[in-house]
Design a protein around this ligand. Structure first.
Ligand code: HDD
Length: 686
């Protein structure tokens, strides 16, 4: 017996009712048609407003209550709808029906930063949330992950502490959305289990290029159960089809001011332009042999990853995000994820961080969404029949029939029945539990430095230099000398060279430590690519003016669009270039353009070498941020005028927009940045 109002949910909310914006008459919440919504009812034209104006009171009262508490963490987010299609390659390890070959499941994915408020900037240095809601036929499964595979703490009881330390200082509420302040570094320097996560935050992973180019991780080890009841221990990975790419720090800082919506704009614009975000879901499978350990790595310790070289990531399905939300509040704000939203075949483990999360996510929605019925909100409603015995409560929208919401009963025909495993019931695998009640960690949780060292040493020289720069920047913002010194002693136990460089940058002596010297490296941890990847979602800025080769720009645009990339014309003024049939719309005037928006910047042939200060800034920033630059025909005059060496790395040239020129551009974009230019940039004044 299904509960009316709960069965057929539409996650877009479109089925709820027709909205006034769609053309019908404006009404009150009670459906009364209104003749005026701009003037309150007054005692005379110049008189006071009247208490009897029920429309004024309803309108203002509703407005006064429009905001709900923002999420205590991950408050700033952006989301998209899509579909997940299973390859069937996970069938041997899990009986989850949505992972059977060819199965297609609706999904809603919310990406987020962690520390900032809802109105903060996207490109701050932080961890990113990667929360996926799979509306499966067996119930909703939420994979609530991050773009970093490890976590700051090993036990969820410390979550309030790390978050209190990372959030702005409680007295002045400064700084917003940043870890570069005393309380954060005080906590992590006193709390060495955070070191691994901090290394990832200080690396390029802390400033992703876009949501499209981020990896995702389930972090914890899950227990997967197949149709025969056999179990394996598994870690989930999301692999972006567009490759893993990041911003450079100066770019991230500029974007935070120039376009705080940088990531959410990229997400929404990409989908609108018909270039969906694509990720493959993968699993690392480790035997469930009773030790919960793999190659000496404790699988219950969320500060440890399993190198892909030891347990390869097996791809099991593809996520495509191709539909923007219709209403930010109804969908992105009200979506409620919960690590306890599981389906048969996917179970949790004793990871103490995961155990606490299983409590926290349900609990937080009670405050945030105002009561226990948030699962009835369209975005949270399962896409399968719901037949619960939960009743009443704030904001109850269902009108349950029947009189016996209890079991057993004889009045509602004994329904609902309970389902065994054969009927799709969620029957947990029995697992042995024994021991004394203790507040202790296993000894295996005690190594806090080997994996941070592995991470650092697995990166390329330029990625390591970025880590040094990030630590030096963040600790440079710390006021207390003792905190900086303490963090240097932490780094001394990770890598002596890293510690020495950061210490030099801070003007402090480098302490000595006992770093683990003999750590394995994992090539999969570096994100510098050597083979060019796809360029879908990339943006190419073309500087042009009224004398430019507009046909060349059109040719370039056609070629780029075929690959999912966008060409944006930047000109000294707004409006259009050219005349008559050859007119070309300008996408950005030089006043509204900034280098951060573009992955490559070209100068069209015929463009005057006008060294307007904004043009110079745009080209110099693109050069400094290791982006491909280029020109065709005499467009190179402008590059030369701003001091760019036309023969330097990542500077493309051609007489006309021909195949070779386009191929060079596609290759350069596919490699993401011109890493060969990094040394020259450090040494040059451009
Ligand atoms: Fe959490 C939100 C990811 C540990 C308590 N968390 C939240 C979101 C993501 C994560 C992506 C945003 C969901 C959304 O978009 O609505 N959290 C993680 C990961 C963790 C983690 C990957 C470690 C592996 N979280 C964690 C712990 C606790 C919480 C240990 C508490 C004991 N997280 C919350 C929360 C939030 C949340 C307070 C805030 C809003 C919400 O849940 O719905 O309950």
């Amino acid at each position: 017996m299904a509960t009316p109002g709960k069965d057929a949910a539409d996650s877009t909310g479109s089925a709820t009712r027709e909205l006034s914006q769609t053309g019908s008459f404006l009404t009150t919440a009670q459906g009364l048609r209104l003749p005026d919504t701009d003037h309150s009812l007054k005692a005379g034209e110049r008189g006071p407003s009247l208490l009897e104006d029920f429309h004024l009171r309803e309108k203002i009262t509703h407005f006064d209550h429009e905001r709900i508490p923002e999420r205590v963490v991950h408050a700033r987010g952006a989301a998209a709808h899509g579909v997940f299609e299973a390859y069937g390659t996970a069938e041997s390890v899990t009986r989850a029906a949505f992972l059977r070959a060819g199965e297609r499941t609706d999904v809603f994915v919310r990406f987020s930063t962690v520390l900032g408020s809802r109105g903060s900037a996207d490109t701050v240095r932080d961890t990113r949330g990667f929360a996926v809601k799979f509306y499966t036929g067996e119930g909703t499964f939420d994979l609530v992950g991050n773009n970093i595979p490890v976590f700051f703490i090993q036990d969820g009881i410390k979550f309030p502490d790390i978050i209190h330390a990372g959030k702005p200082h409680p007295d002045v509420e400064i700084p917003q959305a940043q870890s570069a302040h005393d309380t954060f570094w005080d906590f992590v320097s006193l709390h060495t289990e955070a070191t691994h996560h901090v290394m990832w935050n200080m690396s390029d992973r802390g400033i992703p290029r876009s949501y499209r180019t981020m990896e995702g991780f389930g972090v914890h080890t899950f227990r997967l159960v197949n149709a025969d009841g056999e179990t394996n221990l598994v870690k989930f990975h999301w692999k972006p089809v567009a490759g893993v790419h990041s911003l450079v720090w100066e770019e991230a800082q500029i974007a935070a001011g120039v376009d705080p919506d940088f990531h959410r704009r990229d997400l929404a614009d990409g989908i609108t332009a018909g270039v969906p975000l694509e990720f493959e879901l993968g699993i690392q499978v480790m035997p469930d042999d009773g030790t919960e350990t793999f190659e000496d790595i404790d699988l219950l310790d969320p500060t440890k990853l399993v190198p892909e070289e030891l347990a390869p990531v097996q791809l099991i399905g593809k996520l495509t995000l191709d539909r923007n939300p219709v209403n930010y509040f109804a969908e992105t704000e009200q979506v409620a994820f919960h690590t306890g939203h599981l389906v048969p075949g996917i179970e949790v483990t004793n990871d103490p961080l995961m155990q606490a999360r299983l409590f926290s996510y349900l609990d937080t929605q009670l405050t945030r969404l105002g009561g226990p019925n948030f699962a009835q909100l369209p975005i949270n409603a399962p896409h399968c029949p719901v037949n619960d015995m939960l009743r009443d409560g704030m904001h109850q929208q269902a009108v349950p029939t029947g009189i016996a919401p209890y079991r057993p009963n004889s009045l509602d025909d004994g329904l609902p029945e309970v389902a065994g495993a054969g009927d799709g019931g969620y029957v947990q695998t029995a697992r042995p539990v024994s021991g004394f009640t203790v507040r202790e960690n296993p000894v295996s949780f005690g190594d806090h430095f080997t994996q941070p060292a592995m991470f650092y040493r697995s990166l390329s020289a330029v990625e390591q230099a970025h880590i040094v720069e990030a630590f030096t920047f963040e600790l440079g913002k710390v006021f207390e000398q003792k905190i900086k010194e303490r963090q240097l002693t932490v780094l001394a136990n990770v890598d002596a060279d890293l510690c020495a460089q950061v210490a030099a940058g801070l003007g402090l002596p480098a302490p000595s430590g006992t770093p683990v010297e003999d750590v394995p490296v994992s090539a999969a941890l570096s994100q510098v690519v050597v083979e060019p990847g796809p360029i879908a979602g990339r943006k190419i800025g073309v500087i042009a003016d009224d004398g430019s080769d507009l046909a060349g720009i059109r040719k370039l645009r056609t070629a780029a669009e075929k690959l999912g990339a966008q060409v944006l014309v930047i000109a000294p003024h707004g409006g259009t270039l050219g005349k008559g049939r050859s007119v070309l719309p300008i996408d950005r005037s030089i006043l509204t353009a900034r280098s951060i928006e573009f992955d490559a910047v070209l100068v069209a042939a015929g463009t005057a070498p006008d060294t307007d200060i904004k043009t110079v800034l745009l080209l110099q920033e693109a050069y400094r941020h290791l982006k491909a630059l280029g020109a065709w025909g005499d467009g190179g005059r402008l590059l030369q005028a701003v001091g760019v060496d036309l023969d330097g790395p990542g500077v493309l040239a051609g007489d006309v927009v021909a195949k070779a020129f386009i191929d060079d551009l596609v290759t350069a974009l596919g490699l993401h940045r011109v890493w060969d230019r990094a040394d020259a940039v450090m040494a040059s004044a451009v």
